[in-house]
Design a protein around this ligand. Structure first.
Ligand SMILES: [Zn+2]
Length: 220
């Protein structure tokens, strides 16, 4: 297991444990957990606390909607066994992303964003957040940008650096609306990230400001 050095905070892990995170954020936490034993241990502890709390609560009638969701999730668990998946999917792709990626990153319909970046949208969350993969070429830059909402990033392959430091496979980052940063992929290989943006990205360079109206339109 890779040693991630940037982790989701305990508040986020507690919300993940309670099942109260939006799908988009839960995907990022889940992708990180596959690379991080220490967050896995924290999660187990939080799960134990949660189940002890549940035992102290009086039983309530589950709604039909909740029952149906539970049954659906059990169905999806039995659809593909790990042995079947292991034959076809690149083993370094987190399991939580297998629903979007049949075999490998190369099979996806990457769209060119700039000379350095390609992206592919995986899904939209019900809260409007965009879940996508970003691929930055070796040494490529993701252009200085800020966000109109929080941005969650997990590195799936390769590494990048920005003003705050170096990030490697498995690292989990949250950038707020006031953070302006310029991620640059390291030279040795391309960098693939899972990225969740809760509002349109705002490019801040002179030329790239011209892109903003088009980026915003893609959120409409
Ligand atoms: Zn961690």
């Amino acid at each position: 297991m890779d040693k991630a050095t940037n982790h989701p905070d305990e508040e986020l892990l507690a919300a993940y444990s309670a099942g109260s995170l939006p799908l988009s954020q839960a995907l990022c936490v889940s992708a990180h957990l596959e690379h991080c034993a220490s967050c896995g241990q924290t999660l187990q502890r939080l799960n134990r606390v949660g189940s002890e709390l549940m035992q102290q609560l009086k039983p309530a009638r589950a709604s039909d909607e909740l029952k149906n969701r539970l049954l659906d999730s059990l169905d999806s668990l039995t659809e593909a066994t790990p042995a079947e998946e292991a034959q076809s999917v690149n083993p370094s792709i987190p399991r939580c992303l297998h629903q979007f990626i049949e075999r490998d990153y190369d099979d996806l319909r990457w769209k060119r964003v700039s000379t350095d970046i390609h992206s592919v949208e995986l899904c939209r969350d019900s809260n409007g957040a965009k879940v996508e993969l970003l691929k930055i070429r070796p040494g490529g830059s993701a252009t200085t940008h800020t966000h109109l909402g929080d941005e969650y990033t997990v590195i799936l392959e390769g590494s990048f650096s920005d003003e705050a430091g170096l990030y490697r496979k498995g690292d989990f980052m949250v950038r707020g609306t006031s953070d302006q940063h310029t991620p640059v992929a390291t030279l040795d290989r391309e960098c693939i990230c899972l990225a969740v943006t809760e509002g349109p990205v705002q490019f801040t360079g002179f030329i790239s400001r011209l892109l903003n109206p088009f980026i915003r339109r893609s959120y409409a």
